[in-house]
Design a protein around this ligand. Structure first.
Ligand SMILES: [Cu+2]
Length: 194
């Protein structure tokens, strides 16, 4: 199902120090991860893509680790990481909440993500949210897809009130000068608060 390219990408993610270190799979098995035969857990592939079809599949996990009090996607918050997507591409999102606290995903303008207390129910692009972004969902997997039809700086934000303003968002940059999608992480992660 996944291309070799994605596998290489996943390897580089798994080598990133600290990204999944706070997970203790023995104590807290995650339905958002794949259980390997030896009992270890593998993180989902955050990005798979087919540049010929102009399609990207994103796995966005809420409360991937404990950072930012769990208000993170894929271990990142406050727009510290995110996706670069070429304009015109279809984006298929698989959202998984790894927490008993409600979370959701809605695409909004980047500035709204860090300032608005309630992001509402209307995503920036048609179809670009989980089914009930304000209510959110607990421990569920939800899917949605949309077309990035204009360039700009957007965000995958949690629509549960107050979360996004408290940092529960990663960026979505729609670019007309790129030919491939990427999951962009900071080169050096700032030390996480204990
Ligand atoms: Cu949230």
């Amino acid at each position: 199902m996944h291309s070799t390219l994605s596998t290489i990408f996943l390897s580089s993610i798994l080598l990133t120090p600290g990204l999944i270190a706070e997970e203790d799979p023995k104590e807290k098995p995650s339905h958002c991860h794949t259980v390997e035969p030896n009992g270890t857990f593998t993180a989902p592939i955050f990005l798979a893509q087919d540049p010929e079809k102009k399609e990207a599949t994103l796995h966005i996990v809420a409360t991937f680790d404990k950072s930012n009090y769990g208000m993170n996607f894929n271990g990142f918050s406050k727009g510290a990481a995110g996706y670069d997507i070429p304009v015109g591409w279809k984006v298929k999102v698989v959202f998984c909440n790894n927490s008993a606290v409600p979370h959701s995903v809605i695409v909004v303008d980047a500035e709204e993500a860090s300032t608005k207390i309630n992001l509402g129910e209307e995503p920036y692009f048609d179809g670009a949210s989980t089914p009930s972004p304000v209510a959110g969902t607990t421990s569920a997997i939800e899917k949605f897809e949309f077309v990035v039809d204009e360039p700009g700086e957007f965000a995958f934000a949690c629509g549960f009130p107050t979360h996004s303003a408290n940092g529960h968002w990663i960026f979505l940059n729609a670019k007309s000068d790129i030919k491939k999608a990427s999951f962009v992480t900071p080169k050096e992660e700032a030390p996480k608060a204990e």
